[in-house]
Write a protein that binds this ligand. Structure first.
Ligand code: FDA
Length: 305
């Protein structure tokens, strides 16, 4: 019911205009999104890097429906990468890319071509690209595109979602040398046939996947704000003797900044996922709609300011 209401609101420009005037909405946007322009993203990146954090930038926009939209998102990434490099912010800053923003839903080849151009620009800028993971209907396509990209751009990273039943097996496939895998719980509403439904089962899967990645030869990126999972990550880092160059923690911009600072203080590599762009309304509303539990997640983050 809640999900239906949020999804309906996410398509309504009237609700968008109305919400934009509500102080709570403005607080949420400011807290979780760097700003609308590339310059805002650069400024926020500079501040985070000065605090000892690494950054991955996401140009907001997904579910692109025309090749022109996909091209414009690709061009923004190319511009962003050249600005990051010129500002001396690479390799501390890399980019995260949603293939749906690059045309995956209507032309897989176009999405691959666009992603390849972004990977080439990242290589030139001396940094990396990580492919975000969207709903389970896109997992095979995204992993296929990843495999093709990694032939020429081996540092291209993937996201795997612990709530999917298939993910343990995907972790085994991607735990080899040179592979970069961001492990998250998963943010979409998925059916029981493909995904664990209870928080406990998702957490148990996360730990199994974390063990596979941390004991493997790749570069694990543990994306979670969950204190228990972070503690397990710290424990496995000691057990497998992985230092700051051997793995990293990742968290979303605006969520548990104190914990991000604590981990930096402990000597860990911590990367903040930093969204920016004009499409903030869709981003926040879709996050909520994908998983209504995220409403509590955002509210908790605001309450902990
Ligand atoms: P969860 O939301 O279950 O929170 C666990 C616990 O963390 C809480 O019970 C609480 O103890 C603590 N906590 C959380 N917020 C807190 C706060 N503000 N203050 C204090 N404690 C707090 N998803 C996806 O499907 N595809 C993707 O590509 C990505 N990419 C991605 C990148 C990065 C860097 C991150 C961090 C996350 C993603 N995600 C994602 C989102 C991810 O799947 C997930 O929805 C959120 O990270 C929330 O899950 P947590 O692991 O934080 O646990």
């Amino acid at each position: 019911m809640l999900r239906t209401v949020i999804l309906a609101a996410s398509r309504s420009s009237q609700v968008e205009r109305l919400l934009a005037t509500v102080p709570f909405t403005r607080d949420v946007v400011r807290r979780f999104v760097a700003g609308a322009q590339t310059d805002d993203a650069l400024r926020a990146t500079r501040e985070l890097v000065a605090d000892g954090l690494a950054v991955t930038l996401d140009n907001l926009g997904e579910d692109t429906v025309t090749p022109e939209q996909a091209t414009s998102i690709r061009e923004e990434y190319l511009r962003l990468l050249s600005m990051l490099s010129a500002a001396g912010l690479t390799p501390a800053a890399e980019v995260s890319v949603k293939l749906s923003a690059l045309g995956q839903a209507f032309d897989e080849q176009l999405a691959y071509d666009n992603a390849r151009a972004i990977c080439a620009a990242a290589d030139a800028a001396g940094t990396t690209v990580t492919l975000d993971m969207e709903d389970h209907t896109t997992t095979d396509s995204t992993l296929d595109i990843l495999a093709k990209l990694r032939k020429d751009h081996p540092s291209t990273g993937a996201v795997l979602q612990a709530y999917l039943r298939r993910t343990e097996s995907d972790c085994r496939e991607l735990a080899g040398a040179g592979s970069r895998v961001r492990l998250c719980k998963g943010a979409y509403s998925e059916p029981e046939s493909v995904a664990y439904q209870s928080a406990r089962d998702v957490d148990k899967s996360y730990v199994r996947c974390l063990n596979i990645l941390m004991s493997g030869d790749g570069y694990p990126m543990l994306a979670t704000h969950d204190p228990r999972l972070i503690a397990i990550g710290e424990d496995r880092a000691r057990w497998y003797d992985r230092g700051p160059d051997g793995f990293e923690f990742q968290m979303l911009y605006g969520i548990r900044p104190d914990e991000q600072a604590r981990l930096v203080g402990e000597g860990y590599t911590v990367r903040t996922y930093l969204p920016y762009g004009e499409d903030w309304y869709g981003y926040l509303m879709r996050r909520l709609a994908e998983r209504p539990a995220n409403l509590a997640f955002f509210a908790r983050a605001l309450a902990s300011r």
